[in-house]
Ligand binder design. Structure first.
Ligand code: PLP
Length: 385
């Protein structure tokens, strides 16, 4: 089977597996003062430095979490509560229309719960890029302190957001910035992100680490109040005994992803794939193709073929990809990203996502093209019959 769904989860890198096995074998609670505890602590702190390096953060600003979703929730809830404590409350959450549901849902929930807090959506262009004019206007015209949430790169179409410009606009108006870097980290160079984002979310399994571990970078000085209380772990910012093996795997994967970032190889794989796709299906629509994109991602509509049907047909041909929209509990939901880009419902239903990654080969790309050719030919024959 050929796995081309790295944006859903990337297979575990061998370096991460080895680091996890070593951590499990060593055992120990990082809070214990004996030798086993000290070894576990060293493992966690080593990983903290590596993860911090991915985005140019101080190691002290890294809070390990159970994944990207928790990091995002902790950023929003921690910032809102922390700002309240400092008497500098946040009144507005400005959320780009293409954020992951972890941002959208938690922002909406916070606005419903906290009196005087509003969540507002910032639109994107047809290419899936956040509309900076709309953000500028929202920041200028609204009242009160804002927290802006814009992702570094989108999970569905890979479109890279102008996060540096977003940060300047946020800074000019005294707003805080949450940059969701879950899809960008390890795929593109973002080594300066922490110099301008107040909060950054990361997830291990998107860059070849284990599932169920992630990190929030909460810049020192940015408002923050802990949400999970208990032991004093993570400098009292997130209680609970650390997932030492998971964190070790995250660190090893982050280090491998940074050392072997193969942007040129992946974008060639993706571009060759799209070239063949355009030849086979001249009417194909490729989303975000006119914008800067992650090198590994292709998001396209095969007109007339329902995405679920195409995903299953490709699976039968031995190629694993996903439907364009996020898939929860095996059900394909309508894509809010495509909707925000102005794509009709009918076309959105036919959208697939192919995402290459660290272990993808030229042969994988060729096999995906051959399988798609077959499916398109079958659909054409059916339509002609
Ligand atoms: N943010 C983005 C852009 C994502 O793509 C994902 C996962 O798909 C998440 C956040 C959530 O991360 P996790 O799966 O680690 O909870």
């Amino acid at each position: 089977m050929i796995y081309l769904d790295h944006n859903a989860t990337s297979p575990l890198r061998p370096e991460a597996r080895a680091a996890m096995l070593a951590a499990w074998e060593a055992g120990g609670n990082p809070s214990s003062v004996h030798a086993a505890g000290r070894k576990a602590r060293a493992t966690v702190e080593g990983a903290r430095e590596t993860v911090a390096r991915l985005v140019g953060a101080a190691a002290d600003d890294v809070v390990f979490t159970s994944g990207g979703t928790e990091a995002i929730w902790l950023a929003l809830a921690g910032a809102i509560a922390g700002a309240l404590e400092n008497d500098a409350r946040i009144n507005r959450l400005l959320i780009s229309a293409i954020e992951h549901d972890a941002v959208r849902s938690n922002a909406a929930a916070a606005a419903a719960r906290v009196a005087g807090l509003r969540a507002e959506t910032i639109p994107v262009t047809g290419d899936g890029v956040v509309n900076l004019d709309a953000l500028r206007t929202a920041l200028r015209e609204g009242k009160g302190r804002a927290l802006v949430a814009v992702m570094v790169a989108n999970n569905e179409n890979g479109v890279i957001q102008p996060i540096g410009e977003v940060a300047i606009l946020a800074q000019e108006s005294g707003a805080l910035l949450l940059a969701d870097a879950v899809q960008a980290a390890g795929k593109i160079e973002i080594g300066d992100l922490a110099s301008y984002a107040d909060y950054i979310s990361l997830s291990a399994h998107k860059l070849g680490g284990p599932q169920g571990v992630g990190a929030l970078i909460a810049k020192s000085g940015a408002p923050f109040a802990a949400q999970v209380l208990g032991g004093g772990q993570e400098k009292r910012r997130r209680a609970g005994t650390e997932n030492v093996a998971g964190i070790a795997g995250f660190g090893a994967a982050a280090s491998a992803a940074d050392a072997h970032r193969d942007e040129a190889r992946l974008s060639k794989l993706r571009d060759d794939f799209e070239h063949a796709l355009r030849k086979a299906v001249p009417e194909v629509a490729i989303f975000g193709a006119n914008a800067r994109r992650l090198p590994n991602t292709s998001n396209f509509a095969l007109p007339g073929t329902a995405a679920e049907t195409a995903v299953m047909a490709l699976d039968l041909e031995g190629v694993m990809v996903s439907a364009g929209a996020a898939c929860a509990s095996g059900k394909v939901a309508r894509s809010h990203v495509l909707e925000a880009m102005g794509v009709s419902d009918e076309i959105a239903r036919a959208v697939l996502r192919v995402s290459f990654g660290w272990n993808s080969t030229d042969a994988d790309g060729a096999a995906a093209i051959a399988a798609l050719d077959k499916i398109v030919a079958r659909a054409r024959a059916r339509a002609a019959a």
